[in-house]
Design a protein around this ligand. Structure first.
Ligand code: A3P
Length: 289
């Protein structure tokens, strides 16, 4: 995750992948036409994006739920800023499901004015860091580093910028948006309740059986084997499939296996004060393997 001019560029304070987005395209997002029915999933990277993308897709597309639809997750819920499939957004049927890692101030104006819906998923930043680190080994677009990545992460010199800035920004501007905040840890603790919470927020009524199907298809074990929900189709130029999969461990508290006491102290030194002011509670120790 070392910053490299070749792969990352900075735009309005945030780092983006240079081969999949341009500053002009990012500029154009300000006027992106938001529909009331749009559903945005916003996350800081490695916080459970693909998991929630899959949940939303399972809630919305029966064909995915009952296994008859062979569409990649990336096509069911494309990325706003990384429009790698060149989606023509204006032609897309409602409700449009859209994923993004953007900070609150770079999302379309319409969204900031309360149109559409946003689901913001956040995760204990120590687990985010560990997941990031492992992802940097899987991705060929991020330079592999050892755990010195931690200093870059603490400094916000990583993809999508500083975790604290991202979370604080969205949290402080929550009243501007029609937004639901969820944590990775609560999804992990009680997936069914989280699915129901999402359905409730979206005004989507599913039968008990349908909810069971969503939950069943969103478990780590099921998703790990689900080609459509993985990045299995990505070429070996982009990722190294021999070095593990995108769905790695899927647990809460893996940071304890990775960070030394000194690293943990250093992390707390930078994060603790600002984190205490956030209106979110994280579960740091849950061990659900
Ligand atoms: P780990 O690297 O800790 O395993 P993102 O999609 O935002 O990049 O987040 C990736 C993280 O979400 C990875 O964490 C991945 O394993 C985890 N994840 C994906 N699907 C999951 C699921 N169904 N249950 C639990 N964790 C999941």
């Amino acid at each position: 995750m070392e910053l490299s001019d070749e792969y990352l560029f900075k735009y309005k304070g945030i780092y983006f992948m240079s081969d999949v987005v341009t500053p002009d395209y990012l500029d154009s997002l300000e006027d992106f036409d938001i529909r009331d029915s749009d559903v945005f999933l916003v996350t800081y990277p490695k916080s459970g994006t693909v998991w929630t993308q899959n949940i939303l897709s399972l809630i919305h597309y029966e064909g995915h739920r009952n296994g008859t639809e062979e569409t990649d997750l990336l096509d069911r819920m494309p990325w706003l800023e990384y429009n790698v499939r060149n989606v023509d957004w204006s032609k897309r049927e409602s409700p449009r499901l859209i994923a993004s890692h953007l900070p609150y101030y770079l999302v379309p104006k319409g969204l900031r004015n309360g149109k559409g819906k946003v689901i913001y998923v956040l995760r204990n930043p120590k687990d985010v860091l560990v997941s990031y680190y492992n992802f940097s080994k899987f991705s060929r677009k991020l330079e592999e580093t050892d755990f010195v990545l931690m200093e870059q992460f603490l400094d916000g010199k990583v993809l999508a910028g500083s975790w604290l800035d991202h979370v604080e920004g969205w949290s402080a501007h929550r009243d501007d948006f029609n937004i639901l905040f969820l944590t990775y840890e609560e999804l992990k603790k009680d997936l069914r309740s989280s699915v129901l919470k999402i359905c409730n927020f979206l005004g989507k009524k599913l039968t008990e059986k349908e909810v069971d199907e969503v939950v069943d298809n969103a478990t780590f074990d099921k998703m790990r084997k689900d080609r459509r929900a993985n990045y299995k189709h990505l070429s070996s130029e982009l990722v190294d499939h021999t070095r593990g999969g995108f769905l790695r461990k899927g647990v809460v508290g893996d940071w304890k296996n990775m960070m030394t006491v000194a690293q943990n102290e250093r992390f707390n030194h930078v994060f603790k004060k600002r984190m205490e002011k956030l209106p979110f509670k994280f579960c740091w120790d849950m061990s659900l393997n």
